[in-house]
Design a protein around this ligand. Structure first.
Ligand code: NOJ
Length: 582
């Protein structure tokens, strides 16, 4: 029998282990502090990222099938200026060129995603069709070896250059066939289809890829794909669609983790995680309990929605309470938030070897009640809160993206689900297309401050192992088309060769990487000066506007020609004068 004090210690231990991130988090402690000079732990991994649909182009080449984004972007009025990812950065044809950019930065890792319909055109590996007498295989369901070859080359080239590949299995480009036949993530069958696709990736690439991300930002897929319809597949199933899609994605993630764990981990020895994106929510009034609760709901409805089941086996209590209550008020017999059976809870719980965090911005949050009437329910009104921003926060690019570095430290401290190993899978800032500055000092400032807050979080005890700047290149920015540029490298989309040009932030990020942090004030200030100095005016001209080529013509052809003519004319005139004189 255990002595009484041991039992008590056990209870305390169990209680501590059961605490979810929010219960551990001290909302009242917001130490904003000053800039912290110091370095990251040895072996910290620095990287940059991209995703297939946003950069590859080659949308219909070499046997690739259609994805929901191919179809969605071709519908008029869905994407700003009706842009599409048809050719995007032409990354499909530029493996070597892009790796040389990564080498210039001295990246430790590169995060990319594998396009499901590029390697499985219908999303289905082999479909057995039953007719009365025979079993036949539909010719369209197959593995596309040309697609496999592309990723083989990418991975091999990365490894040859000592850059660790981090592969995302799903960065939003679901095969269109699966959408049309089953309704995409609304249908539970996606769990098995996704698992088959993931299994194929482990089989073909797992001898070389050791870091796998199952899903990228499932929040966005659920809310923007199935609730607001701003993203593919463009469904507006308010109040239910997002919750159902998320439920199936969580199960799909868990299944893929189990597949890796039981079938591949032994020989391949890799890790499988998920990438969750979330804004930070700060209470408007830190001394007001209602604001604190509202801010907590904001974060729980963001990353908690996915992280809590994956780390603790079920949805955050606050989501169950709020959505359950509002569903009852609407007269529904069951909650709009699906439930996990106890078997499912234990299957889903603990299915994460590392937690990927994508983070860009912060909001102030206050309590705001929404009445739930028939038909008026939505993910947004379920949360009972209002979002505010501080007008002094810089917002250089995307409408939603305010630079609030301290929010990053807060989020990382909040995400303490059993002290997971964390990789920052996305962090960065955009600029408007009208601004073609290669001297992106605001991006330098953003990276400097956000990575510094990450360093502070590590000092706080958060186990952050790597950081991925988002993104390597300017690229297709979903419903915003090419109007927002997140790249460290500028891409000239008007030129069909899609040339890349380094922005000043390349020089700056490179220095953070080579120093593994921020050595001292003098040096760090020097970095900025040097980075903006090297961002030469000729570089700017190359990227600036369509007049550039005319200006180049003027400087390279017209000016020398006119000068030569002047010299010739002067010589002739001089000779004429001399003759007359003689
Ligand atoms: C998160 C998405 O995962 C990524 O694809 C996108 O570029 C960034 N948000 C910026 O909007």
């Amino acid at each position: 029998m255990l002595p009484c004090c041991a039992v008590r210690t056990c209870h305390v231990l169990v209680l501590v282990l059961c605490l979810s991130a929010a219960e551990d988090f001290d909302w009242t402690k917001n130490d904003r502090g000053s800039f912290y000079y110091g370095t990251f732990p040895a072996g910290f991994s620095w990287g940059a990222g991209s995703s297939a649909y946003q950069t590859e182009g080659a949308w219909d080449q070499d046997g690739k099938g259609l994805s929901i984004w191919d179809v969605f972007s071709h519908r008029k009025g869905k994407i700003l200026q009706n842009d599409t990812g048809d050719s995007s950065c032409q990354g499909y044809y530029k493996i070597k060129e892009d790796i040389s950019l990564m080498k210039e930065l001295k990246l430790d890792h590169y995060r990319f995603s594998i396009s499901w319909p590029r390697i499985m055109p219908t999303g289905i590996k082999v479909r057995q069709q039953k007719n009365k007498h025979t079993l036949s295989i539909a010719p369209t369901d197959h593995v596309n070896e040309k697609g496999i070859k592309y990723y083989d080359e990418l991975i091999d080239n990365l490894l040859e250059n000592k850059i660790t590949p981090i592969a995302t299995l799903y960065h939003w480009d679901l095969p269109q066939v699966l959408q049309e036949k089953y309704g995409g993530w609304q249908n539970i069958s996606m769990v098995n289809y996704f698992n088959e696709f993931a299994n194929l990736c482990f089989e073909r690439f797992g001898n070389r890829v050791k870091y796998w991300i199952t899903l990228n930002n499932p929040w966005s897929v659920a809310v923007e794909g199935y609730e607001t319809g701003e993203h593919a597949p463009g469904l507006k199933l308010r109040g239910t669609g997002a919750y159902r899609a998320a439920h199936h994605m969580i199960k799909a993630h868990a299944k893929v983790w189990h597949t890796y764990d039981t079938k591949w981990r032994g020989q391949q020895k890799g890790l499988v995680g998920i990438s969750l994106s979330g804004d930070w929510g700060e209470p408007v009034d830190i001394s007001n309990q209602k604001d604190i609760e509202a801010a907590e709901r904001y974060v729980q409805f963001y990353i908690g929605w996915f992280a809590t089941p994956i780390f603790h086996g079920d949805y955050p209590q606050v989501m169950k309470d709020f959505i359950g209550r509002k569903s009852a008020q609407q007269g529904l017999g069951t909650s709009r938030l699906p439930t996990f059976s106890s078997q499912e809870k234990s299957y889903v719980k603990g299915t994460c070897d590392f937690l990927g965090i994508g983070h860009f911005t912060t909001r102030y949050i206050t309590q705001k009640n929404y009445q739930s009437g028939h038909g008026s329910s939505s993910y947004f009104t379920d949360r009972d809160l209002a979002e505010l921003v501080d007008p002094r926060w810089p917002d250089p690019g995307s409408e939603w993206l305010y630079s609030v570095p301290w929010g990053f430290r807060r989020l990382l401290n909040f995400a303490q689900y059993r002290n997971p190993m964390i990789y920052v899978t996305e962090n960065g800032v955009s600029e408007k297309i009208t601004c073609t500055e290669l001297c992106d000092d605001w991006r330098i400032q953003y990276y400097k401050d956000y990575t510094n807050e990450m360093l502070k979080a590590i000092k706080d005890g958060v186990n952050v192992r790597g950081y991925t700047a988002w993104s390597l290149l300017d690229k297709f920015e979903w419903d915003e088309g090419y109007s927002e540029r997140f790249g460290l490298y500028y891409v000239d989309f008007r030129n069909k060769n899609k040339p890349r040009y380094p922005k000043a932030s390349v020089q700056y990020y490179k220095r953070i990487i080579s120093s593994n942090g921020f050595p001292n004030q003098r040096e760090v200030e020097n970095w900025k000066r040097k980075a903006t100095e090297t961002c030469s005016s000729s570089n700017q001209l190359l990227a600036a506007d369509p007049l550039t080529s005319h200006m180049e013509m003027v400087t390279e052809v017209v000016v020398p020609t006119v000068c030569t003519l002047c010299i010739l004319l002067s010589a002739v005139f001089l000779m004429f004068l001399l003759r007359r004189h003689n």
